[in-house]
Design a protein around this ligand. Structure first.
Ligand code: ZN
Length: 171
């Protein structure tokens, strides 16, 4: 019981005082995700530098679980590399599938930090989507940003190799 109320406090604290909230520039990709069953929305921007997530910024509206989840996500993953983000995302999904099993939450505590407070949500299937929405938005935005980076770098290579006279035109 004590643990449950501590978890509640963590979620409410992130809801009332969200970390990193607000849309910032510059950014690579902006995505908009909705959770129609609850009416939650998030607009999330991501900026990558190589394999590192340099900035996550977001705006959203909806229930306390969905909004607190975005704040926790920012705190955990802003400035981290993509591999770490994917691994942490997998851990969070595992927590959401744990159906309230406290041993799962215990094992994931080190990896998930404040995000482990959402353990109780896993008992309520209708709320799991609220907690996962921002995580899915971040994964989506990162994948799109990576694709965009790949395309622009292969385009550059293509231009350089296919136009040997391009340099002459400038002289
Ligand atoms: Zn919700």
């Amino acid at each position: 019981m004590q643990l449950e109320s501590m978890y509640q406090e963590i979620i409410l604290d992130h809801y009332r005082r969200p970390k990193g909230r607000g849309l910032r520039e510059p950014y690579d990709i902006e995505v908009h995700h909705v959770n129609p069953t609850c009416g939650d929305e998030i607009t999330l921007r991501v900026r990558l530098s190589g394999n590192e997530i340099q900035d996550i910024s977001y705006e959203g509206m909806g229930c306390s679980i969905s909004q607190a989840s975005a704040s926790v996500l920012y705190e955990l993953l802003d400035g981290k590399d993509i591999a770490h983000m994917l691994a942490t995302g997998d851990d969070f999904r595992t927590l959401m599938q744990s159906k309230g099993d406290p041993t799962v939450a215990e094992k994931l505590e080190d990896s998930l930090e404040d995000a482990v407070a959402f353990a109780g949500v896993s008992k309520y299937p209708s709320r799991i989507k609220c907690a996962l929405m921002s995580w899915m938005a971040l994964k989506d935005a990162t994948a799109q940003a990576l694709t965009a980076h790949e395309q622009s770098s292969s385009q550059t290579t293509h231009l350089q190799s296919s136009s040997p006279t391009a340099g002459k035109e400038n002289t």
